[in-house]
Design a protein around this ligand. Structure first.
Ligand code: ASP
Ligand code: MG
Length: 416
């Protein structure tokens, strides 16, 4: 029998009623002739609540114990779902990540899956059972329970789909799929029928929250056919898969935004070799993830270097530069949390000139000033004032006519 992996996020299993609805959907898939492996997130906001509880005990919980605590969330939903499926008259068995054979590296809170030993899952499937696996967790090579980072259940699901050579991996969520922009900002944003792995990677890395970035990388590396869809209705959702020429023809897939970063600027940096190396080595030593970097052309031997970092690391980043100002020989460092990043993503950018000009034109006409720009072959990102983000997203979405149903239907007809 073909295998299908179905992953249900926190809202989809948020209440007993929702869990029963998920059980019905799983049983329908089973009746359709599939071996079903289900991956669940913790119910509703359980993970956030557990993080909050830990912080009431201590500001710095030991990472190992935090993982022990957080993995309990998924254990609750997996057991309840197994009960719900049993009560519909179908055999089901739940496994923790460890029992399911998810072997990870040992960095607590951000472990990576290094192997999936799926023998026990395969045995249970062979016995005609629906297998339910706790998402977001595994066991390290040193036999400790680990978690895969926030949103990690997506990665559990993709890794299992790869290991079991599943027909597809369905990620069920509370929205209808991947949108051309956040529908809370752009009410006429549309659900995309299909995006390429590369587009989805760029979208996830630039603010789209629908899939964990790591899960998209894993899907691309292992060729897992992914589908993001709603657990609240029967709509098709969005396919994430290999690029084809129809995606390129569409040119643009979507506009994303991110208001989680801050900008650090080092002023009057002497223009000589080794300075940038020193600054960014320092950021790396501090474990600060640097995103965009801009260095101006130098005038009279000095220049400014600006870069963006996650806001939660921002003050730490500024303080560590402050401490080195004298060695760097710079005049000062400023820190700005009032920024946002707006990105345009599309596979067709590679072969269509003028996309950047059109985007900048849309921002200019909306009166939005661009502070930093960075690009990849299929993405253009602009840092703007945070207060301008909504206006900017709408202007760019509008200029590329991303609400236009006809264009999207023609160019994204779904899988062949
Ligand atoms: N429950 C975990 C979280 O909230 C993992 C997940 O839902 O994917 O991050
Ligand atoms: Mg999620």
């Amino acid at each position: 029998m073909p295998v299908i992996v179905q992953k249900f996020g926190g809202t989809s299993v948020g209440t007993a009623e929702r869990i029963k609805a998920v059980a019905r959907r799983v049983v329908e898939t089973r009746i359709d002739g599939y071996d079903v492996v289900v991956v669940v997130s913790a119910m509703g906001h359980t993970t956030d609540e557990l993080v909050g509880l830990a912080s009431e005990i201590t500001p710095m919980p030991p990472p190992r114990e935090l993982d022990m605590l957080l993995t309990a969330g998924e254990r609750i939903s997996m057991a309840l779902l197994a009960m719900a499926i049993s009560s519909l008259g179908h055999d089901a068995v739940s496994f923790t990540g460890s029992q399911a054979g998810i072997i990870t590296s040992s960095e607590h809170g951000r472990a990576k899956i290094i192997d999936v030993r799926a023998a026990r899952i395969q045995e249970a499937l062979g016995q005609g059972k629906v297998v339910i696996v706790a998402g977001f967790q595994g066991v390290s090579t040193t036999a400790d329970v680990t978690t895969l980072g926030r949103g990690g259940s997506d990665t559990t699901a993709v890794a299992l789909a790869a290991a079991l050579t599943a027909e597809s991996c369905e990620v069920y969520t509370d929205v209808d799929g991947v949108y051309t922009a956040d529908p809370r900002i752009v009410p006429d944003a549309r659900v995309l029928h299909a995006v390429s792995y590369e587009e989805m990677l760029e979208m996830a890395a630039s603010g789209a929250r629908v899939l964990q970035l790591r899960s998209v990388e894993y899907a691309r590396n292992h060729g897992v056919l992914l589908r993001v869809r709603s657990s609240f209705n029967e709509t098709t959702g969005t396919w994430v898969r290999e690029e084809d020429e129809r995606m390129e023809k569409a040119i643009i897939s979507g506009v994303t935004h991110d208001v989680s970063e801050a900008k650090v600027t080092i002023q009057d940096v002497p223009d000589r070799p080794g300075i940038a190396a020193r600054v960014f080595q320092r950021m790396s030593d501090e474990g600060v993830n640097v995103d965009m970097i801009v260095q101006n052309v130098s005038t009279e031997g000095t220049t400014d270097i600006s870069f963006t970092v996650p806001r939660e690391d921002g003050l730490r980043a500024k303080a560590s530069i402050d401490a080195e100002l004298r060695e760097i020989g710079a005049a000062g460092v400023t820190y700005d949390e009032g920024i946002g990043k707006v990105s345009l993503v599309g596979a067709g950018m590679k072969s269509h000139p003028g996309v950047a000009a059109t985007m900048f034109g849309a921002l200019a006409d909306a009166g939005v000033n661009i502070e930093m720009i960075s690009t990849s072959s299929i993405r253009i990102s602009c840092v703007v004032r945070e207060a301008d983000v909504v206006k900017a997203v709408r202007a760019v979405h509008d200029r590329f006519r991303l609400s236009d149903e006809v264009i999207l239907r023609e160019s994204h007809p779904g899988p062949a």
